[in-house]
Design a protein around this ligand. Sequence first.
Ligand code: FMN
Length: 334
Amino acid sequence: MSLPESLDKFLHTRATELFRIRHPIVLGGMGSATSPELVAAVSNAGGLGTLGLSGQSPEDVARLIEQIRSLTTLPFGVNFLLFRVNDASVQVALAKRPSVVTYAWAWPEQDLKPYVEQAHAMGATVTYMVSNVPDAVRAVEAGVDGIIAQGSEGGGHVGVMGTLALVPMVVSAVAPVPVLAAGGIADGRGLAAALALGADGVLLGTRFLATKESPLHPNFKQAIIDSDGHDTVLTTVPDVIAGSTWPGALSRTQWNALLAEWSGRENELRRNRQTIAQAVAQARAAGDAQHTPLLFGQDAGLIDSILPAGEVIERMVAEARLIISERLAEMIGH
Ligand SMILES: Cc1cc2nc3c(=O)[nH]c(=O)nc-3n(C[C@H](O)[C@H](O)[C@H](O)COP(=O)(O)O)c2cc1C
């Protein structure tokens, strides 16, 4: 086999087969931080775009999926957080027949099977995001087709296990079910490393937030560019402000004026929640990056420009190919 053929084999994985995509790169469904434009840009570039639909009404779910369809004919996914799922919205999404449905963050007592079976019945491929091994096993027992192993470096809500340790543990625990690595991955080095850990591809959040098509306020994109990746913390402050309780997650959030004011004073924050939440909503709308929670991953330190999402994918694939080809060339003595 020639070197280029070997490389194509490396980057053609069970995930590209499962999702019917060209490159093993998936956009994480990130609630209102994803948009039809971003989803379509990722899918059109050969990855899998995923729209976060948690909190959307059934009407909005239908409208947003139709918007994606007007922008791409390629496969895309939708994402729901199960601990606060709106079953009517899931039904509407499934009826629109997205090719992939990805769930995350169920309560331990929640039965995953009905969600998996309903999505399968509508012809969808089903994945589930986990931050530990027991949850991965539970999801596979419920019949999912793929697992996303998300490490604590990642942006948004995460567990305590780091990506480097979690991914190979999950790969071994659920084999032969394909696994995507997530958390802290932003370039071709991360993609090559994920494949070396036994993953079949990667899922990115933060890197795609800093793209041209991302719906984030320009100031929030700039905060990711400016971050050196050392300035995020794991905190409950955003959830206290939002009045929501997650099944055991902390959120990786940039340390800013809001965090400095309320970290360690969560009880007082709880008492004043409504007033603070209003102020935060205003700050968010105004693009004030100091007074609203900015959820992004440690990989912000690997991101130094806002790129079109398609270029992120092209660069990642090219860089991973280069890394792998150098290793292969060394191995076969080229
Ligand atoms: C702002 C933000 C919101 C997110 N919302 C969701 C969500 O609604 N559902 C979900 O499954 N994952 C969500 N995630 C997690 C991502 O899907 C992904 O696992 C994570 O961003 C990967 O780490 P990275 O940011 O280092 O790439 C969110 C992440 C961020 C940064």
